[in-house]
Every structure is written in structure tokens, then in C-alpha cells.
Design a protein around this ligand. Structure first.
Ligand SMILES: O=C(O)CCC(=O)C(=O)O
Ligand SMILES: [Fe+2]
Length: 383
């Protein structure tokens, strides 16, 4: 299990929020950071990490500049995704799997707060062969990705590997920015992480709808979005006094929250940059020092392609606020992510197989094991 992270309490960071007096519906004035090829924990890295944390706390996001290599990979990934989405719907619908949630999701199939989103999606998860022990042991959501072609597979896998390296370095910088003693405190939580991604295509706006994706927060750790030049993404920065739900609790979904209120920042596409913000697991881990960033997409005159990459904890990781050892608020990431997929796709063949084969029982066993490992490592009472 990941998570021997030797996490030290955060003491220096307090939540901050933007001053909204004069800034309704503004275009975000976003900082772009250049991240080093290796993070070593020197003064420059600490300064960079602190600036990133500050941006998240005031703006809810920051941008990362791509190196030329990463930019080229992103364009090849978009090219492959354009080729895939141009295929007939009947063919696209065949790329599903009853073992994993990877594969095609048609426009209108995904709901946010009960309303259909217009994006069509290809979900990518960790591509595990049938011989993998976790697949053989019936871990929910584990199995091979139903790749539509080798070109798509190669382009996407290459780009995801690059995003994975960026994700690890960002976690190191954020650890430093939060004042954690261990440079790898957050990165070790994402060791062999359950990283996944959504390749998205949005149609142009029509007389029926301008809704791309309804407002929501993402349920994981680090969210890294690549967008083309069509535009449409908005995010909601922290706002003083505004309630932010704990989306990991079934009773507190953040889907649809503040959808029609003001104070959204339009994220103008900037060539060769990535959009980076925290997901729900950051909010839980930092006890709200960092808030999961709500975001939504509206349709424009132009078709839009984007790729949302989620740099995630290990499937077996327990996530608990690290400055509050007694907190009863914790999740087993694997259970959490499985619940989120089941909530999102109750009718998918993958959900049906999980239920039919009682794979949630396997998950309960995995969770029990994780909790006792976590308790042993952190020397706290097993709850
Ligand atoms: O298309 C985008 O920019 C955002 C997509 C998104 O929010 C998601 O897939 O969760
Ligand atoms: Fe999202």
C-alpha cells in the first residue's frame, strides 16, 4: 500500500479567498508556472510551491507551461481523439468493457445534477492485463482498456505518461508549498496511483442547448486539463464565507452547485499551457486549507476538444486530514472512486457486473486491510 508518507502537520497556511468586490464574471488573470525537470526541494522549489498554493487559495487554479515535447504529445493525442470521435456512433459505442469504466460515453449519457451533459467522452484508466493479480482477484474497475486503435493507444499512453511525470512533480512542489517536511509526502500517496483521464469532445452550441458540462468538482487528487483553442471552461475560485460541500460524502454532492450564480472565472485558452486545480481529495487531506475547485463548461460556436487528466492516490490509499489525526472524516480512495463511478454510471455494464458479482464485498475486504495498515503505520487507534 502507498502512503508511508511521514506527513508532518501543516502550520503556516491559512485559507485565503479572492476579493470579489469588483470582479464579477471576469476573465481569469492566471499565472503560468514553469516546473523544473526535477524537484529537489531547494529554495527555488519552495518559493515555486508556495506561489502555487497561494494561486489555488486565491484563484482556485494555475497554469503550467508545457515543454515543446509535451505540447507535441498533446497535439498528437488531440489528433487521435479527433479521429476516434469522427467514427460512427454505433462503432464508438462498441468500445466499452464490463471490467473497467474505461471506454466510450455518448453525448447525453452522463448527467450532472440530473441534467444531461453534451460532451462525448472516452475514459482511460490504468490499462491492466487479465493476468494482473488485481484483475484476477476481482478488484472493481480493474481490467484492460478497450482501445479503439493502436494509434490512439500509443498517442494517449505517451501523453498520459508525460502528464504523470508533471503530476508527480506538482505534488512535490505542493508538498513544499504547504510546508510539509517530506518533499515526497503527497507524491507517495500517489505511488502507483489510480491515475485516469477523460478525452472529451463538445459539439458546437445549438438552439437546444449551450450546456457542455454542468458545475461539479472532480473527486480525486490533482486535476490537469488540456484544452484546445475553442474555450468554454469556467472555474469558481474560493469565495469568502461560501459553503463548499464535501463531495466525497453521499449527502453532500457538489454537482450543480452555484451553477447559475455569478463569480465564475472564464479560463481563456492559452496555447501550450495546462490548467491545474485541486480535486476533492486535496480538500479532505488538507481539511479545507485547499478547496476542490468547482468548474463547468459551456458550448461555443466551435466544436471543442479537451483532455481532463486526474493524478490520483493509490487505489488502496486511506485519505484522512493530515493535520487532524482524530478526524472521523476519511475515505478509502478505491471505495470512494468506485462509488463515484457507480453514481455516475448506474446503468453501465461495468456497474452491473460489479453488483452481479458482489465485487463491492471484495472492496470491503481491501478497505479493511488498508485501514489496519494505515492504523499500524500512523500508530493510531484502529476505528
Ligand atoms: O472539458 C473540460 O475542460 C473539463 C472537463 C471536466 O470537467 C471533466 O471531465 O471532469
Ligand atoms: Fe471535471
Amino acid at each position: 500500500m502507498a502512503g508511508d508518507s511521514n506527513i508532518a502537520p501543516v502550520s503556516t497556511v491559512t485559507p485565503r479567498a479572492a476579493d470579489w468586490s469588483n470582479r464579477l464574471n471576469r476573465i481569469a488573470n492566471l499565472k503560468t508556472f514553469h516546473i523544473p525537470p526535477v524537484v529537489v526541494g531547494n529554495a527555488a522549489d519552495i518559493k515555486l510551491g508556495k506561489s502555487m498554493v497561494l494561486e489555488w487559495q486565491t484563484e482556485g487554479m494555475f497554469q503550467v507551461a508545457c515543454t515543446p515535447d509535451v505540447y507535441t504529445s498533446s497535439q498528437l493525442a488531440f489528433e487521435a481523439s479527433r479521429e476516434f470521435f469522427a467514427r460512427p456512433t454505433s462503432e464508438k459505442l462498441s468500445y466499452v468493457s464490463d471490467l473497467t469504466f474505461a471506454g466510450y460515453i455518448a453525448s447525453g449519457e452522463e448527467l450532472t445534477a440530473g441534467e444531461a451533459d453534451s460532451s462525448e467522452i472516452f475514459t482511460l484508466v490504468k490499462d491492466l492485463p487479465l493476468t494482473d493479480k488485481r484483475v484476477q482477484d476481482g478488484w472493481p474497475g480493474h481490467g484492460p482498456v478497450p482501445w479503439p486503435s493502436s494509434t490512439f493507444k500509443e498517442a494517449l499512453q505517451k501523453y498520459l505518461r508525460e502528464l504523470g511525470s508533471i503530476g508527480d512533480r506538482l505534488l512535490q512542489l505542493i508538498s513544499l508549498g504547504l510546508g510539509l517536511q517530506n518533499l515526497n509526502a503527497l507524491k507517495s500517496i500517489a505511488n502507483d496511483g489510480w491515475h485516469h483521464a477523460r478525452v472529451l469532445r463538445y459539439p458546437p452550441t445549438s438552439s437546444q442547448s449551450s450546456r457542455g458540462t454542468g458545475s461539479h468538482t472532480d473527486y480525486g487528487f490533482l486535476v490537469i486539463i488540456t484544452q484546445d483553442d475553442a474555450g468554454g471552461l469556467s472555474i469558481r475560485p474560493p469565495i469568502n464565507g461560501e459553503i463548499r460541500n464535501r463531495n466525497w460524502l453521499p449527502s453532500e454532492s457538489s454537482d450543480g452547485m452555484y451553477e447559475d450564480s455569478e463569480e465564475w472565472n472564464y479560463v481563456k485558452p492559452v496555447r501550450s499551457t495546462l490548467v491545474v486545480f485541486p480535486g476533492d481529495m486535496f480538500q479532505l487531506l488538507t481539511d479545507g486549507t485547499l478547496l476542490s475547485t468547482p468548474h463547468k463548461v459551456h458550448l461555443t460556436q466551435k466544436e471543442r476538444y479537451s483532455l481532463a487528466y486526474f493524478h490520483e492516490p493509490n487505489f488502496q490509499q486511506i485519505i484522512k486530514p493530515f493535520n487532524n489525526a482524530d478526524s472521523m472524516d476519511f475515505v478509502h480512495y478505491g471505495e470512494h472512486v468506485t462509488n463515484m463511478f457507480l453514481r455516475g454510471y448506474p446503468e453501465r455494464i461495468t456497474s452491473k457486473r460489479i453488483n452481479h458479482e458482489n465485487r463491492m464485498d471484495t472492496l470491503v475486504k481491501l478497505k479493511t486491510k488498508s485501514i489496519s495498515n494505515f492504523a499500524r503505520m500512523h500508530n493510531v487507534r484502529n476505528r
